[in-house]
Design a protein around this ligand. Structure first.
Ligand SMILES: [Zn+2]
Length: 87
């Protein structure tokens, strides 16, 4: 088990602090990996737009505590920034 003192979710600090509206402008995608069951999910730019439209200042630092694995409901989720459309 990971040490209990840290938050269950894992996210890189700079990515966590970036407004989701900016991620959408930059065609970013978001990868999610559950550390309990290894379920993987990927939110492309269109998914970010659909989920977070109208919340331009929201960041993943604010979203992360509410994320749960879709399969096992674990909160041990790693969140990574990806590129929706590689050049
Ligand atoms: Zn899971």
């Amino acid at each position: 088990m990971p040490e209990p003192s840290r938050t269950p979710w894992l996210i890189e600090a700079q990515f966590a602090a970036t407004p989701i509206a900016r991620l959408i402008e930059e065609n970013a995608a978001v990868g999610l990996v559950c550390h309990a069951c290894r379920h993987k999910a990927r939110w492309p730019t269109a998914e970010l737009r659909r989920r977070f439209a109208g919340k331009p200042k929201l960041t993943f630092a604010q979203v992360a505590p509410r994320l749960r694995c879709r399969d096992c409901r674990s909160e041990w989720v790693q969140i990574t920034r990806e590129v929706d459309r590689p050049p």
